[in-house]
Design a protein around this ligand. Structure first.
Ligand code: ATP
Length: 357
């Protein structure tokens, strides 16, 4: 069942002719789904979320909740709960008063309100904190109060705008697990905004990757990671090498390219790749999928190590292959490897994937 639909939604903040902050976006979110808008600063994530919340109206396009058109409906008539980056709690009120706020506005009776506040606080693991003042809580606890305040009204849709960015790295990881648990238990359709790709991958059922106001790809985390649609998506999600390689032959599902060592390889490609012999293909391969071996081994691409960095989990290398800098992440690199060494690289064809520019 589709819960939220954005249909050709665009937003321009001033006169026509300016670049659109959000440009012709189509998104459908299923009931109960955790859907994330991911992209770099300024790509239009927050503007998109604010149109779903009703804080902005689109310049063109439609927004639907179920089969109801809400495009021009004010925020308080949309049945959404919102969690902000800065929590936006009332510092002079207690935790319970903060959580009860939305119920008071909706004129829910005292007894019912008390019961629901307690239920929401226990949902976010803050039972017994009702009488505390907001400034007596840690950042992570404050964010959970904000979540309880959004959930207590039992919104049809939960909207979260970078809710973890004020927390330190460890607390961020813990809280993202918590948010996902709470969302799953409540079954609330959720739209989440972040610029943090690891967060998006860990939390989401599906992700829309945005760049310059446009959606470049929508898919499950695994799909976006293993089959990025464009070179931007390949580089933004995790790390990736995007090699420009001459096309020697092009079929419907495979494109044959020439590697830097002059060997040929057939690379899996989406059906609409639009490439022809003589053109240039962009081929993505992840650093962790490249194998290291001796430069003298037959059938390997050779290169020279130009940079080397030990991170604990892996050793990251930059290898100069015929003028192209190739990133390699080796869990178990050859002993004594150093800058200047000649190496062989194994590029497994099943790990290569053709991307659009
Ligand atoms: P960030 O991660 O930095 O919050 P974002 O992806 O959420 O970025 P938006 O805040 O949606 O991006 O902004 C998209 C574009 O729209 C930017 O170029 C921004 O400058 C512009 N913009 C956003 N809000 C307004 C506004 N109220 N008036 C004019 N321009 C705006």
């Amino acid at each position: 069942m589709i819960d939220v639909t954005l249909e050709s939604v665009s937003k321009r903040f001033s006169r026509a002719g300016d670049t659109a902050a959000v440009d012709d976006v189509d998104i459908t979110i299923a009931a109960g789904e955790f859907f994330t808008l991911l992209g770099p600063s300024g790509c239009g994530k927050t503007t998109t979320l604010r149109m779903v919340a009703g804080f902005y109206f689109p310049t063109s396009g439609r927004i639907r909740f179920g089969d109801q058109d809400v495009t021009r409906r004010p925020p308080n008539k949309r049945d959404t709960g919102m969690v902000f980056q800065n929590y936006a709690l009332f510092p002079h009120m207690s935790v319970a008063q903060n959580v009860a706020y939305g119920l008071k506005i909706r004129k829910v009776g005292r007894a019912e309100s008390k019961r629901r506040v307690e239920e929401a606080l226990s949902q976010v693991h803050l039972a017994g904190y009702g009488e505390r003042r907001i400034d007596q809580l840690s950042g992570g606890q404050q964010q959970r109060v904000a979540l309880a305040r959004a959930l207590v009204i039992r919104p049809r849709t939960l909207l979260l705008d970078e809710p973890l960015s004020n927390l330190d790295a460890k607390l961020r990881e813990e809280t993202r697990v918590e948010i996902r648990r709470i969302q799953r238990e409540a079954g609330t359709t959720s739209l989440y905004v972040t610029h943090d790709q690891a967060e998006a991958m860990a939390m989401s059922d599906r992700i829309a990757v945005m760049e310059s106001g446009r959606v470049r790809q929508i898919g499950a985390p695994q799909e976006i990671y293993h089959r990025p649609a464009t070179s931007f998506v390949a580089r933004f999600i995790g790390r990736s090498n995007v090699l420009s390689l001459p096309v020697l032959g092009a079929g419907p599902e495979t494109v044959t390219v020439r590697l830097p060592d002059s060997s040929q390889v057939g690379v899996a490609a989406p059906a609409d790749h639009g490439l022809a012999t003589g053109g240039t293909a962009l081929v993505s391969i992840r650093p962790e999928h490249i194998g290291l071996t001796s430069a003298t081994e037959p059938g390997v691409v050779t290169g020279r190590v130009t940079e080397l960095e030990f991170t604990g989990m892996s050793t990251n290398l930059l290898v100069d292959v015929a003028g192209e800098a190739v990133q390699v992440a080796a869990v178990d690199p050859p002993a004594g490897i150093a800058v200047g060494d000649q190496l062989g690289l194994r590029l497994p064809r099943e790990r290569m994937w053709l991307v659009r520019p």
